[in-house]
Design a binder for this molecule. Structure first.
Ligand code: BGC
Length: 462
């Protein structure tokens, strides 16, 4: 039975291939109510979001910390040199040798302002709940292998070390640019002995112990890296955002707006001549790493489903990163899985099938959801294969339909631009005419980190 007038059917962009039983139709309506956020509610959330961002600028230790990064300016676009960068994200560890060409690009390929040579390693699961010693040893080993494989150990020495930029994508308090005290682990990490400590100092110690010819010159957040990398190509960039394993954004704030930072703070001197300053001090800037994944940890406005509750309860840091747990890549597959378990346990799905595969926490990633959303194969054969290969389950037509609908509800790929328009009240516009242009910062954290290292090296030289 298909009730074409039900709100969820009107909202859904799916062309149904099967009809639901009346019970399942009701169940879909229930899920829609849990997950759908009306425009008015979105606005209420945005209002509170802005308040929390502002609170973080006023004082230290607020829920959204609005961390000061000591990156004072966007790049000129002419930064040059060769740097090593290390990126510890939630899923991978990346080591890159980045050469920045500045404005001296090859005229045949003017869009290529850098050359990149990188290796990527999947962070082993056991490391994520191990000790600081294990973490830094693992990282130092990867750095050593990289230096050897690329012959960089011959080019640099302890007396003439290679500058290393460290992209550490976790909330950290920075007193200066090569220092980062971890506030709390996020993205499911639970490594003992790093919270409350300077991650840069710990890595520096390991580098020394191993005798690697490296010098850490900056520690940055991936969002700051993405913003700086984009601005290297396009100076109009104002925000760097990451929608990955975790979620977060950085932007260039004007110094007077950062009330918690006194304009006489000695750490603000000496001035960076690139920092676009006029004589009144207006126009001075600082990149702020918002850490908005922590938005509404007090749960005042966010609509939390029972599936979200469960994810939070089972996570290593319950009560933290409330917004991130509702929306970031690490968690969306898990929300989908929990909905499916709920439906299976209540007899709506997979009668007479073994659902053992579905019972493994975090077995589904966001790729699983987008493959379902993007599936245009005849008779949804791709979705059926996906369930068979990943979960050892075969889908009836009705179950295919449920998976498409739940993917549509949980993930936001096709609808987030629309939501942005609704919140900002853009009204109807043709494609490409939105007031905000979203570009993707390829290699953002590596290249952005190298640019910041270049700016820092130049500042030290002066
Ligand atoms: C971290 C941020 C990071 C974001 C995206 C969050 O969990 O706290 O520092 O920018 O993930 O990687």
């Amino acid at each position: 039975m298909v009730n074409k007038d039900s709100p969820w059917r009107q909202r859904s962009e799916i062309h149904a291939i099967a009809e639901f039983s009346p019970e399942l139709e009701l169940e879909m309506e229930r899920l829609d109510k849990e997950f759908w956020i009306p425009g008015q509610k979105l606005k209420e959330i945005v209002k509170r979001f802005i308040e929390e961002l502002d609170e973080g600028l006023q004082e230290n230790n607020k829920n959204i910390p609005m961390n000061i990064s000591w990156v004072h300016s966007l790049p000129t676009g002419n930064e040059k040199g060769t740097y090593l960068t290390l990126d510890l994200g939630g899923t991978n560890l990346r080591v890159c040798k980045v050469t920045l060409h500045g404005n001296e690009t090859d005229p045949a390929t003017p869009e290529k302002k850098y050359t990149l040579d990188q290796e990527q390693y999947r962070v082993p699961q056991e490391l994520k709940s191990g000790s600081a010693e294990q973490l830094w040893t693992y990282i130092a080993e990867k750095l050593q292998t990289f230096l050897q494989e690329k012959g960089l150990d011959k080019e640099y020495s302890k007396d003439k070390p290679m500058p290393l930029g460290f992209t550490f994508s976790y909330p950290a308090t920075q007193d200066k640019i090569d220092h980062a005290v971890l506030q709390t682990w996020t993205k499911g990490f639970d490594i003992k002995g790093v919270e409350g400590q300077d991650a840069a100092a710990q890595l520096r110690e390991k580098i020394k112990e191993k005798g690697l010819p490296l010098e850490i010159v900056c520690v940055i957040n991936d969002t700051v890296g993405a913003m700086i990398a984009s601005a290297y190509n396009d100076h109009a960039t104002i925000v760097g955002a990451i929608f990955g394993t975790g979620c977060n954004a950085a932007y260039m704030a004007s110094l007077p707006s950062i009330k918690k930072l006194s304009s006489s703070d000695p750490r603000l001197r000496p001035q960076d001549p690139n920092a676009n300053t006029n004589k009144n001090g207006e126009g001075e800037k600082m990149a702020i790493n918002c850490e908005y994944g922590a938005f509404d940890n007090a749960r005042r406005v966010l609509p939390i489903t029972k599936y979200d509750e469960e994810i939070d309860k089972e996570s290593p840091r319950p009560g933290e990163q409330a917004f991130e747990k509702l929306s970031a890549g690490l968690y969306l597959g898990e929300v989908f899985r929990l909905v499916f378990i709920d439906l299976a346990d209540r007899g709506f799905l997979f009668a007479n099938q073994d659902t053992k595969g579905l019972r493994k926490p975090y077995i589904l990633d966001t790729g699983f959801l987008s493959q379902i959303e993007d599936d245009e194969s005849p008779n949804a054969i791709n979705t059926r294969n996906l369930f068979r290969d990943t979960l050892d389950l075969s889908l009836s037509d009705q179950e295919v339909e449920v998976s498409r609908r739940v993917a549509e509800l949980v993930a936001f790929k096709k609808r987030w631009a629309r939501a942005l328009g609704e919140v900002l009240e853009w009204g109807e516009r043709k494609e490409g005419e939105d007031p905000i242009i979203i570009t993707s910062a390829e290699d953002g954290s590596g290249v952005g980190c190298a640019i910041i290292a270049a700016i820092e090296m130049e500042r030290r030289g002066r």
